[in-house]
Design a protein around this ligand. Structure first.
Ligand code: FPP
Length: 238
């Protein structure tokens, strides 16, 4: 396998559905929350690898608007985990020059989590080496509904609305669409992740459970991406 430096094409924006923490925990005879903790550690390692590979945009799906339907204990555990890991995340971001970006609704999260997320955004806003999107309390359909509401509230005339304008009202305003979406854990669906932005993304599914997703698995995904032919609805060159 070629190293990413030798690949002819690397994605600019990779987005990841980090699935399989629960099954990883079960396989190891551990509580689900330990799986999420291991998953958070994996997320840190994965960020470091993408920084090393000079991929400028990485977006991680950490908590969806549907994850509220999980048992309260698990939801609270995920919130606590975010709180606990965000400070480490900010230190890593400052060390590596990463700007942290939030995708999702702050509304509905506890004031403590809201403050922690706002602090992360503020402290890292001038970093330019990578933009790390944290999708937390995020839903793709919800994002489109929110964008529509804001377009209407702003009084944008119907004839002025096109795809570029809608894009400016999404959580990803100013961020290019993902070139590659990776889902670990074996399920083959997008689960309300980047519904608008995924229109022409290449999708890579792997059965590897998120806590086991490592540099070797990243290299595999990037190699497969580099072999895909992207046509964006057009024809392949003769
Ligand atoms: C899906 O695995 C994973 C999640 C719903 C949470 C993702 C969170 C992390 C990777 C930890 C990093 C996040 C924070 C909050 C710092 P699953 O529970 O659906 O696994 P399963 O399908 O095997 O049950």
């Amino acid at each position: 396998m070629k190293s990413p430096g030798q690949l002819k094409r690397l994605p600019q924006h990779v987005a990841i559905i980090m699935d399989g923490n629960g099954r990883w925990a079960r396989q190891h005879g551990l509580p689900r929350l330990v799986g999420h903790k291991q998953g958070a550690t994996t997320a840190q390692h994965v960020v470091e690898v993408f920084v090393e590979y000079k991929i400028p945009y990485l977006t991680l799906y950490a908590f969806s608007t549907e994850n509220w339907n999980r048992p309260q204990r698990e939801v609270r555990g995920l919130f606590r985990l975010l709180e606990e890991r965000l400070d480490e995340g900010i230190s890593l971001a400052q060390k590596e020059g990463i700007r942290i970006h939030h995708l999702g609704k702050l509304n509905g999260l506890s004031p403590k989590i809201q403050d922690a997320i706002r602090r992360a955004l503020e402290l890292t806003q001038d970093n330019t080496r990578m933009t790390l999107g944290l999708a937390f309390n995020y839903g793709g359909r919800d994002e489109i509904v929110e964008a529509t509401r804001r377009l209407i509230l702003k009084g944008i005339p119907a004839q002025d609305i096109d795809e570029t304008v809608v894009g400016q009202y999404l959580y990803t305003a100013g961020i290019p669409d993902p070139d590659l979406i990776i889902r670990t854990g074996g399920e083959m669906r997008l689960s309300n992740f980047l519904t608008w932005q995924s229109a022409y993304a290449e999708i890579y599914f792997t059965p590897v459970l998120w806590p086991d997703f490592d540099k070797k698995e990243i290299d595999k995904a990037l190699t497969i991406f580099s072999q895909r032919q992207r046509r964006f609805g057009s024809l392949a060159p003769e």
